[in-house]
Ligand binder design. Structure first.
Ligand SMILES: [Fe+2]
Ligand SMILES: [Fe+2]
Length: 314
């Protein structure tokens, strides 16, 4: 993948300096982002240095101190936004039951219901391009968290990750199933191919997962995000599969979603009771952050869904 297109003063200057491997990023550190789009495409690219990187950027820049400095300042800004949206809204009660209720009672817009009944093929393909930013590296942000966990939680998370990563069979990796579906739907399946097309809401979703994964202090939020993601996956995946069948999309693309109907019905129990549950038992202080992560997952998906539904209704 090449560096994305800049979206403003900050991303323009940072990407240009990254491509030229400039020894100093001084100008990048003094440039303010024009808006949230500019901030989040920059942050997304800085995170990408820790994943697969860019063909036009030297691998040496991954831990460049000035880029880490810049990343930290953008992350601080984003963390404030996420915490403001959440408003410390963490319910009391038995952990697992309370978390299930918290997620199930969150009233958000549903893209899956739209795909199931009303979407046309163009909208379905547009949604796949948006989702590809995450699904082509599915589960990678959660993998950052593994070494930061106590043993019981770590073992339980590995059970889930082993499934996401194909049980040792590269052709069964969820990211690979999605890539195959993309190809057969006539879409590009290279990692990050559609980054220039995605709106702010998709960048925020992806950046939140990297933020939670890359900081040990956010381990509770990372597992709360994972739990909410899994709880809200099984039924919507069935609706997506039904919608894509209705629209005549390739069986492999439908198959990615049918795979998640059963897998995520299992994963949600594992993610809430065994993974997040064991962490909260061993480290009760992170309980609030688990709810913060779960809320952020739901809220960011809701923002994305409302944006797409509004655009499609126009
Ligand atoms: Fe998956
Ligand atoms: Fe899953």
């Amino acid at each position: 993948m090449l560096t994305p297109k800049g979206r403003g003063s900050l991303s323009d200057v940072v990407f240009e300096l990254m491509r030229t491997s400039a020894p100093t990023f001084g100008p990048a550190l003094t440039t303010l982002a024009d808006d949230d789009d500019d901030l989040h495409i920059t942050l997304w690219a800085l995170y990408e240095l820790h994943y697969r990187g860019f063909e036009d950027v030297s691998d040496d820049l991954e831990w460049h101190p000035e880029l880490i400095d810049l990343r930290r300042s953008l992350e601080t800004n984003f963390e404030h936004v996420l915490r403001d949206r959440w408003q410390e809204n963490s319910p009391e009660g038995d952990f697992a039951e309370t978390l299930f209720h918290f997620v199930e009672n969150h009233d958000g817009a549903s893209l899956a219901s739209h795909v199931q009944r009303d979407a046309d093929v163009e909208q379905a393909l547009e949604l796949l391009r948006m989702r590809s930013i995450y699904h082509l590296k599915e589960s990678d942000p959660t993998a950052w968290v593994i070494p930061r966990l106590p043993n019981r939680t770590k073992a339980a998370l590995m059970e889930l990750q082993f499934d996401e990563y194909g049980y040792g069979d590269p052709s069964r990796l969820h990211a690979e199933l999605f890539a195959r579906g993309m190809n057969l739907s006539g879409l590009r399946a290279e990692y990050g191919a559609y980054i220039d097309d995605v709106p702010l809401e998709v960048l925020e979703q992806n950046n939140a997962m990297s933020l939670f994964g890359l900081h040990r202090r956010f381990r509770g939020a990372a597992l709360g995000h994972l739990a909410a993601f899994e709880i809200t996956s099984s039924i919507p995946s069935r609706k997506m599969a039904q919608g894509f069948t209705r629209l005549g999309l390739p069986a492999e693309m439908v198959g990615y979603y049918t795979e998640h109907v059963e897998a995520d019905a299992v994963h949600e129990q594992l993610a809430v009771r065994t993974i997040a549950g064991s962490l909260v038992e061993e480290e009760p202080a992170v309980r609030g952050d688990v709810f913060f992560g779960a809320f952020s997952c739901l809220d960011l998906e809701d923002r994305f869904a409302r944006r797409m539904l509004t655009e499609w209704a126009a």
